[in-house]
Ligand binder design. Sequence first.
Ligand code: H79
Length: 469
Amino acid sequence: MRARTLIVCIAIVGAALKGCAALTSTASANAVAQAFRPAVDPAREKRLEWFRQAKYGLFIHWGLYAIPAGQWNGRAIPGLGEWIMFRTPVPVREYEKLAARFNPVKYNPDEWVKLAKDAGMKYIVITSKHHDGFALFKSQVSPYNVVDATPYKRDILKALADACARQNMRLGFYYSQAQDWHEPSGAGNTWDFGPDEKKDFDQYLRAKAEPQVRELLTGYGPVALIWFDTPRMMTAERGKRFTDVVRSMQPNTLIDGRLGTEGDYRSTGDNAIPGEASGEAWETPATINHTWGYRVDDTDWKSPGQIAFKLIDIVSKGGNYLLNVGPMADGVIPQPSQDILRTVGRWLQVNGEAVYGAGPTPFGGELGTPAPNGAKDVRGDPLYFTQTDWRVTTKPGKLYFTFFTEPRVPFPLPAMKNAVKRAYRLVDRAAVQVKTGNGRTLLDIERPIPDPMATVIVVEFEGDRVQRP
Ligand code: H79
């Protein structure tokens, strides 16, 4: 797929478009995303205020699957690390034996929160229970949890919630509401329990999923959000039972876009970045390599530059970036993940003004163009020829141009009616000359740009918002 993408890029994009380009897809046709239908709701807008400012969060996938780390009986099981029980498949009676080996003595939640802070991330979302059914918190309704079933015996989430409270970090919980491969009536485990259609799914929801979500909203302080996933068999009525639990217990807690009924914001597909900007609140969950749960053999990390591009790209389209790490079974986040996050964090320390609280591009031409003939990707979403050289984010009276490659000089601003007051480099506030030529406003950007990873030029203009001609 990647090789083909490259060839298509060179053959078509190279001829048709200026600058470097890559072929990506949008998530707009994603079935999950379509379940979300936003209506104007002042209470929701209020709940979303922090989320719209935050822009960048840390996703953590951790559970029993970190022990096999992608290998079962010496054999590599392809796919996502956290899906190993399904893909092998492993019977419940065998998989649950992993709990006796879960003893993450190096787990240090204060270090995890500090890492998120150093990375410039403003919220953390951790798997409280993934599809395998194992809870990282003490539960009264199922003994299949870290306190009752492991030698570690301590509540992972409580320790993380305490560390987040100490360091003023927002914390949310991923909860797999529909799939639960440990339970006879949960969705997904057909190898032990037969087809889903024959299960008493509501029995599972009432006996485990709903009460566990209640537990998460009880013992862990303010919960920033609940991140539901894969809404199989989730009717609107079933979804509403979860909404009622969340709203009645913590009215400020956000609900993501994958519950199966309306949530507070749109969730794109996994790793799917839309092609265009949107004013609604949305979030892309994404991997830093190719798996969510730790796999010993997945060392294909995205570079800090790639992560920075995705972050600015997403912010310029109005969204949030929820970037994942998969800690190892001993409680340590893989060093390469840490290094990558901290490198991007150092860039954000200087350039964060272009990210936090910034709005989407008022232009859009810089994002690229849809592929001709309505071409679709494997998901069925429209293909985009994405431009990768620069992006625009905004605040009242300001435009932030982030350049990922050396810009063409002089750089012509996209057409706008507002007069430009001044321009400067964000890194050192050095003035950038503003000229006009052929009716265009031009920036005399000094080359080479000071930060080869990405350099931000701030353009101040008359008025609050850009007026297009
Ligand atoms: O938690 C992470 C993933 O485990 C979860 N969402 C992110 C945030 C997720 N659940 N389902 N999926 C992602 C889609 C999974 C698709 C596959 Fe498969 C799993 C492809 C291969 C294994 C299911 C089983 C579809 C084909 C075989």
